[in-house]
Ligand binder design. Sequence first.
Ligand SMILES: [Mg+2]
Length: 147
Amino acid sequence: MAAGKPDFIALDWNGTVVPFFGLGPYSGALETAASWREDGCLVFVVSRAGQGTVERDVQRTGLAHDGVFGCVDKGPVLKDLHARHGDGVFLGDHPSDFRAAAEAGIPFLQAGLEGQPLLEGADGCFRGWEEAALLVATLWGISEAPS
Ligand SMILES: [Mg+2]
């Protein structure tokens, strides 16, 4: 891993970047992803849907990214990203996202943007995207853990 930052950040789509296909992104999501890319992190979208469906919705929002993966099972996709690009983190809202990150051997940050209860064992939960940026920085030792 490059010092002080993950090599890649993978994002679930529905419930993490947007509430659902066709809806506006959560506040701060696009800006945060753009700043990660400016810092040299690759940003990927990994969604349990058809490739075209996810690609069109990502394009609609204008999210800056390095790749979009529509899939049935996120675990193998994350595992492959980990093997190709190095250390990363997965941000998602669902228990299956947590399982996929665990399968790939990467940390998991839970999107609790709809007030979901914290998933036990997650590496953090963010209630807003500004908090997501802080949690990623904390995971990589860039900043102090939020109190
Ligand atoms: Mg989701």
